[in-house]
Ligand binder design. Structure first.
Ligand code: FAD
Length: 300
């Protein structure tokens, strides 16, 4: 959280970080216990967390469906410093900061091949011609497997579509990020008033940047189960993005068997909140290469 809290200053860019609090709802004793463990893990890292019982939650979020026959809401775990940030602004902020450090950013330039000489990467073939390099970092998210294949890498990654939805603008109604414990549903309200929500990935591998209708229906059902009033709101737009799903949900930030080829992938649907942390890892490994004695991480 501290990394996020310092990001806008570091990048000198307004990422619209909004620490409105995140509430994970629980629906049974087992889930409550799991959230107590999660809350304790946060406290151990110095991040406050609060377990809310049903009465406290009812006061805060009266619009929830507390008495659903199958998934009654028993309470929630509140982390007050959590929240949202504008993802485009974070990308723009990083891009501008990288540009100022001398990084060349070439847009609309597709990598179509990875050239190797005696097992060492010498550069990439692109839609704008060949670009030579001493080292190559592969960070192509949903297309990791396809780009990795260009260097004969077989990776433990599956590509799946994840959809998101935005409704018409409403007056302020939902003040937190709320997640539904009986499914993957999450919801928050944007500054423009639209409700932003989503849930599970589509259940099959795909590189298509659009989702299937069965999942749309499923997400809507989850939303209306949690907040019945949602049934009267109109969805304005939805889209799907391709996720690089690793088998255990953990990202892979690593060397590869090819000496000068590095990998950053497998962020699944958590790669946005990982942004602030990955900044630290990259800065640390950069420092390590320039000055090993100052490195915060052990050499690989
Ligand atoms: C609908 C949706 C909702 C999400 N919600 C959240 C959330 O709430 N919280 C969260 O933490 N994460 C969320 N995520 C996940 C998050 O967006 C990703 O984990 C994150 O963007 C991955 O970052 P990345 O830098 O690894 O890859 P990306 O940001 O995907 O960047 C990869 C880049 O590689 C480029 N590329 C691919 N192939 C090639 C090629 N051959 N040549 C050149 N360039 C190429 C792509 O164009 C892209 O720009 C969501 C994702 C989606 C789709």
């Amino acid at each position: 959280m501290k990394l996020w809290e310092g990001m806008e200053q570091d990048l000198n860019y307004n990422a619209m970080l909004s620490q409105r609090g995140i509430i994970n709802l629980y629906h049974n004793d087992g889930q409550r216990d799991a959230y107590i463990r999660r809350g304790n893990a946060m406290w151990m890292e110095g991040v406050p967390a609060e377990l809310l019982d049903r009465a406290a939650l009812k006061k805060m979020l009266p619009f929830l469906n507390f008495d659903h026959a199958r998934f009654p809401i028993m309470g929630g775990l509140l982390q007050k410093r959590g929240g949202t940030a504008r993802h485009d602004a974070v990308a723009w902020g990083y891009a501008r900061a990288a540009d100022r450090l001398g990084v060349d950013l070439i847009q609309n330039c597709e990598v179509t091949g990875i050239r190797r000489d005696n097992g060492v990467v010498t550069g990439v073939e692109t839609s704008r011609g060949f670009i030579g390099c001493g080292k190559l970092g592969l960070a192509a998210a949903g297309n990791t497997s396809r780009v990795g294949e260009m260097a004969d890498l077989k990776l433990p990654i599956e590509s799946h579509v994840l959809q998101a939805f935005v409704t018409e603008g409403l007056k302020p109604a939902i003040n937190h990020v709320i997640t539904y414990g009986a499914g993957h549903f999450y919801i928050s309200q944007s500054d423009k008033g639209g409700l932003v929500f989503g849930a599970e990935i589509d259940g099959y591998n795909s590189y298509a940047q659009r989702g299937n209708l069965a999942t749309v229906e499923h997400v809507m059902e989850e939303g209306v189960t949690m907040i019945p009033g949602l049934s009267r709101v109109r969805v304005l737009r939805s889209w799907g993005g391709v996720m690089d799903m690793s088998m255990d949900g953990s990202p892979i930030i690593s060397h590869t068997p090819i000496d000068n080829l590095y990998l950053n992938c497998g962020w699944c649907y958590g790669g946005f909140q990982g942004d602030a942390g990955i900044r630290l890892v990259f800065c640390a490994s950069h420092r390590q290469e320039r000055n090993p004695s100052r490195c915060a991480f052990p050499a690989p």
